[in-house]
Write a protein that binds this ligand. Sequence first.
Ligand code: ASP
Length: 436
Amino acid sequence: MIVTKFGGSSLACAEQLEKVKNIVLSNPERCVVVVSAPGKRKSDDIKITDLLYTLRSHIKYGVPDNDILDMILSRYQEIEEELHLDMNIVSEMRDFFNSLDKDCSSGEVVSRGEYYCAKLVARYLGFTFVDATDILFFTFDGDIDYEKSRKATKAAIEKYGRIVVPGFYGVYPNNDIHLFSRGGSDITGAYMSVFADARVYENWTDVSGIYAVDPRLAKDAKIIRSISYDELRELSCMGANVLHEDSVKPCQDADIPIHILNTNEPNDEGTFITSNATCLTPITGIAGKKGFVSFTLHKRRMSKEIGFVYRALEIFTKYNVNIEHLPTGMNTVAFIIEEDNVRSTMHKIVADLESELDCEVELERDIGMLAIVGEDMRENIIPVSSVLEILKENQININCVVKAPDEVTMLVGVSENQLSLAISVVYSGLRKQGLI
Ligand code: ASP
């Protein structure tokens, strides 16, 4: 059995939905279809989910909202008409939205993007629509209620055979709707795969797989054919915009391969995400993220002072700050943090560190972290030296290098305004050497 999830661009209009139908019906194993809300048809379009967030604010603050509602309804009407579905979905939608008052929650409103889309898709495919509120249950803490959800999902598949499920939301024990964060239909797809014991989780999008580097930064960006769950998580955390980060772990825990595929080019190979990836080069991918700040603490013989780092960490903990990286030397230790976490507290933290630890603190802002990811990096030292050499040749100043021995990632801190350049020169340099 295969769980098949389609993203917003695959559901944006009737033409895309025809492709979806061909894909789904070409393999009888595709029994569970998870859908997002319709996305953009062209670059200046607005995604249905964005319109729904606006609609909800208008309802809440009493702003007249007819134009927004009409924009939403017309998208669904167009799809229904062009596919000759004859469901009169627009009148059902209009009744629902007109019944809302200012106390409506964003879950209640925004989830309708996926809900009505799944209804249209189910009718079009001839499958049964199963609402996420009947199979995806959360506890009050926002955790998935595994047992209850698994049981309900299996029962629905057993009863109906082939089903369509709206992504992006589930239900709390009191029947309130709980939304995942943006892009969360990927997570629904992952949980459906786990509950249905799928042999593979197919995630259909508008690119033919995961790029080894952002294609806007490298003309010859290649597609990764095989990548491990760990590598993917590292790339996603460091800015690669692929799958929703939280969709990887459920599949990794259940050892279900994820296959990224292109709805517009269904015969392309795509990218396979598994535990034993078979990348043919030492480095699998490169990504980068801006917005880091480094607190470097200088103190003579710091490494001999027992509890020094511990006390520094206590100060960061007091300000509720998460440390991303922590390179150390004999007389220095640097705490690298996402600037968003310390925007209002960074100067207080510096003052506390200096007074309580009797050290000098150097604060450096606007750091970009370049991540070079590959399972082979656990043992192979060549890529590390090559990366540093390439950066030196291109006169890119290195702020710090972090590489834990058992990690699949090497991180290099550079100035934020040189990050794009760093990504592109490192990629082309490593490509020339056959390392990526
Ligand atoms: N429709 C939601 C969003 O735009 C969820 C999703 O597409 O995965 O974020």
